[in-house]
Write a protein that binds this ligand. Structure first.
Ligand SMILES: Cc1cc2nc3c(=O)[nH]c(=O)nc-3n(C[C@H](O)[C@H](O)[C@H](O)COP(=O)(O)O)c2cc1C
Length: 362
C-alpha cells in the first residue's frame, strides 16, 4: 500500500505511490520507452557501471550542493526536464511542478506540449523557466514563440533535436493509447526538416541562452558549440526516441572533451538518485535533468509530491557528498569514479530496489 506523503522517506515510496495512483495508460506513458526499451534500460545500466572512489578525512561538516545554471543560482545541480502531456499526471499540467521548483530554488523546462501556456506558466509559477519547443512551423513560427517566451521572462530557449519522428512507444501502441497532446500533430514535418541552418539563424534572433536537447555525440556537440549554442543537453529522451542508443552517461565524457569550457553541459536519462547525479557532476556535467523522477511526485501528490522528491534528493546528495569527502560540487572530479560491474539487471523501476512494481500482462 502506498503511504501518505507525510510518511514518505524514500524516492521509491513516491514511485510506488504514483504507480498506485495513475491509470495503467498514464503509468505506461510515463515509465515506458521506445520499441524494445533497450536505450531506456541502458540509461540505468550505464550508471550502475560506475562506482565511486571516496576520499576521507576532509572535514565535511558543512556541505553546499548549490551551483549556478544559466547565470541563476540553483539549490541543487538539477533541472526539471520537459514533460509533455503533463496534464495526464496532474490536472493543472506542469504548473504544480513549476511551483515546487520555484519553492525549492531549481529551474524547470516547460514543454511546448504541456499545459498551461507560455504566459500562464510564467505568471503563476514564479519559477526560473526554460521553454522547450517542438517545431511545428517555419522560422517565423519559431520566432513568434521566441518573442512570447522572451516577453514572459523565461531564462532560456530550448530546441529538442532528437525527435525527427515520434518514438515508437509499444506500451502505448498495443493499447491504442494516444497521449493528450498527440491529438495535435499538424506540422510535425517541420521537426523532421530541422537542420543546423535553423539553429544558426535562431542564434541571431535572441540573447537568451540557447539549449539543444538531445545531443548524443561529441561531433554534434562540437558543431553546436561552434554555432554559439550555450547549453549542450545530452539526452536520449529517457529512451523514448531512438532505441539501441548508448546509456546517456556513456556519452558524457566525449562531449565534455569536445566542448571544454565553450558551453554548459546538461545531461539526463535514468537519474533517479542523488548518487546518480553526483556521478555526472564528477564526469564534468554542470547539471542533471530529471524526467520521470519528478513525474512520479507530480502524478502521486501534485506540487507537494514534487517538493518531497526534491527534499529527499537534497538529503541523498548531501549524504553522498559527505561520504565522498567533498564539501562543494567543484571538488568532484573524474578521480571520484571508477568502472564497475553492475550488480543487477535493469528494469524501468530497478533504481528502487525495495519495490517490485509488477504490471502484469498487456
Ligand atoms: C512522460 C514524458 C514526457 C516527455 N515529454 C517531453 C517533451 O515534451 N519534450 C522533451 O524535450 N522531452 C520530453 N521528455 C523527455 C524528458 O525531458 C527527459 O529527457 C527524460 O525523461 C529523461 O529521462 P528520465 O525520465 O529517465 O529522467 C519526456 C519524458 C517523459 C517521461
Amino acid at each position: 500500500m502506498a503511504k501518505a506523503i507525510e510518511d514518505i522517506q524514500t524516492l521509491g515510496e513516491i514511485m510506488q505511490a504514483a504507480h498506485e495512483k495513475l491509470s495503467r495508460d498514464h503509468w505506461d506513458y510515463l515509465i515506458g520507452g521506445a520499441e524494445t526499451e533497450t536505450t531506456l534500460l541502458r540509461n540505468r545500466q550505464a550508471l550502475e557501471e560506475i562506482a565511486f572512489r571516496p576520499r576521507v578525512l576532509n572535514n565535511v561538516s558543512e556541505i553546499d550542493p548549490s551551483t549556478e545554471l544559466l547565470g541563476k543560482k540553483t539549490s541543487l545541480p538539477i533541472l526539471l526536464a520537459p514533460i509533455g502531456s503533463a496534464e495526464q499526471l496532474d490536472p493543472e499540467g506542469m504548473l504544480p511542478a513549476a511551483k515546487a521548483a520555484a519553492e525549492f530554488g531549481v529551474g524547470i523546462v516547460k514543454s511546448s506540449v504541456a499545459t498551461p501556456d507560455i504566459e500562464e506558466a510564467a505568471e503563476k509559477s514564479g519559477a526560473d523557466l526554460i521553454f522547450q519547443l517542438y517545431v511545428r512551423g517555419d522560422d517565423a513560427w519559431i520566432y513568434e514563440h521566441l518573442k512570447r517566451v522572451e516577453a514572459a521572462g523565461y531564462v532560456g530557449f530550448c530546441l529538442t533535436v532528437d525527435s525527427a519522428q515520434y518514438g515508437r512507444r509499444e506500451r502505448d501502441k498495443v493499447k491504442g493509447f494516444r497521449p493528450t497532446q498527440r491529438s495535435r500533430v499538424s506540422g510535425v514535418n517541420y521537426q523532421a526538416a530541422l537542420d543546423w541552418g535553423v539553429v544558426e539563424r535562431l542564434r541571431t534572433q535572441t540573447e537568451l541562452p540557447l539549449i539543444l536537447k538531445g545531443i548524443a555525440t561529441a561531433e554534434d556537440a562540437e558543431i553546436a558549440a561552434n554555432l554559439g549554442v550555450d547549453v549542450i543537453y545530452i539526452s536520449n529522451h529517457g529512451g523514448r526516441q531512438l532505441d539501441h542508443g548508448r546509456g546517456a552517461i556513456e556519452v558524457l565524457p566525449e562531449v565534455v572533451d569536445a566542448v571544454g569550457d565553450q558551453a554548459t553541459v546538461i545531461i539526463d536519462g535514468g537519474f533517479y538518485h542523488g548518487a546518480d547525479i553526483l556521478k555526472a557532476i564528477a564526469l564534468g556535467a554542470n547539471a542533471v535533468g530529471l524526467g520521470r523522477l519528478y513525474g512520479f511526485g507530480l502524478g502521486a501528490f501534485g506540487q507537494a509530491g514534487v517538493k518531497r522528491v526534491l527534499e529527499i534528493l537534497a538529503e541523498e546528495i548531501i549524504s553522498a557528498m559527505a561520504l565522498l569527502g567533498v564539501t562543494n560540487l567543484a571538488q568532484l572530479s573524474p578521480d571520484h569514479v571508477h568502472p564497475a560491474a553492475p550488480v543487477r539487471l535493469p528494469n524501468p523501476t530497478s533504481a528502487f530496489h525495495l519495490f517490485d512494481v509488477d504490471d502484469g500482462p498487456y
